[in-house]
Design a protein around this ligand. Structure first.
Ligand code: GDP
Length: 548
């Protein structure tokens, strides 16, 4: 296969959904159709399978949520599919957002009884901002659902997303008997399969076939006829260009747990979705490089290798105490043992320990193409957002940053275990699980942690305990908002220092610094921010750091 063919057959996507909509079930079914399930062990009952496939941490099992993302790769219909699993819980949104920077398309799973839910809306926004193509799967049609036309209206009214149904449901709940493919004008009748363990048998026929009329009750048949006529007359025609630019979503209906409509979804999605898209390299001064880089779009078939790290995960496998940096390949070909430049430090590194991951199992990767994700082991200097490349002129800046909303102090209650505690905390901070700040007047030994959601703190404590055997204690803080402070040079003394005592602030406001020593202000409430801006008009506050 030529490099161009290898790239053209890549499909890299994530599933976005509200918890419980059926993301895990659908992932498992995709693996089943991609014949990849054997890699995760035989198809077991759901509970065990869940633990072996995409979920791996004890905490996830305990809470039934998925915390860390895993990359699942399988072949289907000639495509090399990379499915990036995104954490589902709302508190892990930061991590999810980062994963979404590494995909070329998203599959939005919606519970057809519930419609668009909050988490779906947030994740959708991230995809929309990036112009990522979005495909929609209306799941759980075997249960009573909302009217399918209303569901389409909701995509339009709530998300502002034009929809074009490709696959239409025939009935819902107990009367759900199959789907109609609006492209081929054919009906796919399904048999219910116990537990959905096998690929569902399918019977293809036309809507006027007496067998279809026999299967559907009169009301359902009439409704479906009417709905389809309406869609043909007044619906948006399918527009591939609009789909590939995230302006229109093709809609599929089905039932993941029963394998209804999964193959049609997978086929349609892979056919209409886009191969790896080129990424933008930014203008930046790279340590040790002869000149600053210039802004340009790097073509995927650029002969030079480049990629960026979107996720770091330590201790994925309790048997190997290690740290994996996940790199999305953007251009060129990755080959094991190649030497690349780590652009943030300007250092040359050899990528010898590269893996493809499948749940807990890992396989050595010898080569990878744009769109693929490789897990790199044993490079402690790699951080989230870093570019790896054989071309010094390429630097990616793909990772979005989000303002923290919750804060806590963390301390080590067990002074005998200082080493373990420090090492663990440092590692978790490097992974980007939470952010840390130094705060003025912090209790002795305390580190200020900041996160988007409180469950992130729980993960820190749990992982310190289970992976480093280190206890920790959280102490609440009075702050709810953190802002970076921009101090004009004219207000600083000759040494570049600023006298914080000259500021007029409300009670409860405090100061600190981020890990690059950039000053931050901690506010107890929105009112105290307004007061600060009013009283100190020469200083500017920023939601996110200006530079790093
Ligand atoms: P996630 O939180 O989005 O990963 O959702 P899961 O895949 O864990 O599914 C949540 C629940 O919905 C589970 O109990 C599934 O068995 C169930 N479920 C998933 N798909 C379907 C479906 O098509 N029909 C029905 N009735 N239940 C489903």
């Amino acid at each position: 296969m030529t490099p161009a063919q290898e790239i053209a057959r890549r499909r890299t996507f994530a599933i976005i959904s509200h918890p419980d909509a059926g993301k895990t079930t659908l992932t498992e079914k995709f693996l089943l159709y991609g014949n990849a399930i054997h890699l995760a062990g035989a198809v077991k009952d759901r509970k065990n399978q869940r633990a072996t496939a995409s979920d791996w941490m004890e905490l996830e099992k305990q809470r039934g949520i998925s915390i860390s993302s895993t990359v699942l790769q399988f072949d289907f219909a000639g495509c090399a599919v990379n499915l990036l699993d995104t954490p589902g819980h709302k508190d892990f949104s930061e991590d999810t957002y980062r994963v979404l920077t590494a995909v070329d398309a998203a599959l939005m799973v919606i519970d057809a009884a519930k419609g668009v839910e909050t988490q779906t809306r947030k994740l959708f926004e991230v995809c929309r901002r990036r112009g990522v193509p979005i495909f929609t799967f209306m799941n759980k049609c075997d249960r009573p659902t909302r009217n399918p036309l209303d569901l389409l209206d909701e995509l339009e009214s709530v998300l502002g997303l034009q929809s074009s149904p490709v696959i239409w449901p025939l009935g819902n709940g107990p009367s759900f008997k199959g789907v109609f493919d609006r492209r081929t004008r054919q009906v796919h009748l399904f048999e219910r399969v116990p537990g959905g363990k096998f690929q569902a048998p399918v019977n293809v026929t036309s809507l006027d076939d007496p067998a279809v009329r026999d299967k559907l009750d009169d009301d359902t048949y009439r409704d479906v006829k009417e709905q389809l006529e309406m869609l043909d007359g007044a619906g948006h025609p399918f527009d591939l260009h609009a789909v590939q630019h995230g302006k229109q979503t093709p809609v599929y209906f089905g039932s993941a747990v029963n394998n209804f409509g999964i193959e049609l979804l997978l086929n349609g999605f892979l056919q209409d979705s886009v191969p790896p898209a080129p990424r933008k390299s930014v203008s930046i001064t790279v340590p040790g490089a002869p000149a600053p880089t210039t802004e340009r779009v790097v073509p995927v078939d650029d002969p030079k290798f480049s990629g960026f790290i979107f996720k770091i995960q330590a201790n994925m496998d309790p048997k190997h105490r290690d740290r994996i940096a996940f790199c999305r390949v953007c251009s060129g070909k990755f080959e094991r043992d190649m030497v690349v430049t780590h652009q943030r430090t300007g250092r040359q590194v050899r990528l010898s320990s590269s893996h493809k991951l499948f749940g807990q199992e890992r396989e050595t990767v010898d080569e990878a193409w744009p769109g693929d994700v490789i897990g790199l082991v044993g490079h402690d200097s790699f951080g989230i957002g870093d570019t790896l490349t054989t071309d010094r002129a390429i630097v990616y800046d793909e990772i979005p940053r989000f303002p923290s909303e919750v804060f806590t102090y963390i301390t080590n209650p067990n002074s005998g275990d200082a080493k373990k505690y420090r090492a663990g905390l440092e590692q978790l901070l490097q992974e980007g699980v939470v952010q840390s700040f130094s705060a003025k007047n912090a209790p002795p030994g305390a580190t200020l942690l900041a996160a988007v959601g409180p469950l992130q703190f729980e993960v820190v404590q749990w992982r310190l305990q289970s992976e480093y055997n280190a206890e920790s204690r959280l102490t609440p803080t009075p702050w709810t908002v953190l802002r970076w402070l921009e101090i004009p040079d004219r207000l600083k003394d000759a040494k570049g220092n600023f006298d914080f005592t000259r500021l007029i602030v409300a009670t409860g406001v405090s100061f600190g610094a981020d890990k690059f020593d950039h000053p931050v202000v901690l506010f107890p409430n929105e009112w105290s921010i307004r007061y600060f801006t009013e009283k100190n008009p020469e200083l500017k506050l920023h939601e996110l750091p200006l530079e790093q």
